[in-house]
Design a protein around this ligand. Structure first.
Ligand code: KG4
Ligand code: ZN
Length: 339
């Protein structure tokens, strides 16, 4: 690891298999040379969500070819790799285990350090790919399928949670609400699409409005959508999906934007970053832009493809891990689904 710190232009292979995307990336000196993704969305769609066992099996089928493709695209030989990074948590246990086992074998065979990366830190440090000038500490709004939080990012090993969801994650709520509206998985992009033709015609609860903390609650608005669909069915009516999608998206987005903007103002942060799959939502990005601009807060938005799961973010986070002098993992590294 010391050698890596002394020669920061090293080549690194990063692997991500925490959910339903098999992803690999090759980085050299902080530059992302390749980051192919093999998505399983089509496979899970017919089940209405990710089936963990099927996800693990498909990671096994995809990972070796994907790593080969990543090296080919990057024009890097595996013998030139100086480190292997892998997501070891949080995520689905079986899915994580595929990436972890593969990365352990790869690092062992090449005799290079194995860097264990926390998926959430990956999302957070994805911001550095397009904004390498982003200095710590910074404030980050994280909204994914498994997590929703306002984070104070001091370093890789020092990320403080200023507020988080007390029930569902934002992405989870998008997915569940979408399912009840009859949209396919994943629901976030479907709600966004449908909301374009809707208007604010459905009244939804707004938990924690006026609260002094920075926590979120998404189960109430998800349940309100479900009740709204069921009530319409009981009346023999069909619900206006576009309107429900519009109201849901407005409420879900406002909860995120209000909290992060208030946290920035109250803690004196002048810049805010965005992370996680829900960060790909255009309405969220637009509302953040407007609110940050009026308050003089600098906003860092990763490209949409860097918000959803990918391995480039794991590679960039791994470089931070190395820079901070943290220790490599050994062959006892295990998947940590709930970190
Ligand atoms: O970060 P991510 O790719 O995986 C996790 O770590 O969870 O996030 C996936 C989540 C899903 O719930 C998906 O519906 C949501 O991000 N998502 C969106 C959009 N694109 C993805 N939610 C709202 N609008 C989008 N455009
Ligand atoms: Zn993720």
């Amino acid at each position: 690891m010391k050698k890596l710190r002394e020669n920061p232009d090293y080549s690194l292979l990063a692997i991500e298999t925490s959910c339903d995307e098999t992803a690999a990336a090759v980085l050299r000196g902080g530059e992302v040379l390749s980051a192919p993704i093999s998505s399983q969305i089509e496979i899970h769609r017919r089940f209405g969500g990710v089936v963990p066992e099927i996800a693990s099996r498909n990671h096994i089928l995809a990972i070796d070819n994907l790593v080969g493709e990543s090296l080919r695209l990057a024009k890097v030989k595996k013998e030139d790799l100086k480190a292997v990074a892998v997501t070891y948590g949080a995520g689905l246990p079986g899915a994580l285990l595929v990436g972890v086992s593969y990365a352990k074998a790869y690092a062992y065979a090449l005799d290079v350090p194995l860097i264990p990366v926390d998926h959430i830190k990956g999302h957070v440090f994805a911001n550095l790919i397009e904004h390498p000038d982003l200095k710590t500490p910074f404030l980050c709004l994280l909204a994914s399928g498994g997590h929703t939080a306002i984070l104070e990012v001091n370093s890789y090993s020092d990320v403080k949670i200023l507020g988080q969801t007390v029930d569902d994650a934002a992405g989870e709520a998008f997915d569940k609400a979408a399912r009840f509206l009859g949209f396919p998985y994943p629901g976030g992009p479907e709600i966004e699409k449908a909301a374009k033709n809707g208007r604010d015609a459905v009244s939804l609860p707004r938990p924690f409005k006026g609260a002094r903390h920075y926590n979120f609650s998404y189960s109430g608005i998800k349940t309100a959508v479900i009740n709204c669909v069921r009530a319409a069915e009981r009346r023999g009516e069909t619900v206006n999906k576009a309107d429900v999608a519009f109201s849901f998206q407005e409420t879900a987005v406002n909860m995120l934007v209000d909290n992060v903007v208030r946290a920035a103002e109250e803690s004196g942060y002048k810049s805010v970053a965005l992370a996680g799959g829900v960060g790909a939502n255009s309405r969220l990005r637009e509302r953040l832009r407007t609110e940050c601009e009026t308050r003089g807060i600098e906003l860092r938005l990763p490209s949409k493809s860097l918000c959803t799961d990918n391995a480039a973010m794991i590679g960039v986070a791994a470089r931070r891990y190395v820079e901070e002098g943290l220790p490599p993992a050994d062959l006892t590294l295990d998947a940590a689904p709930g970190i």
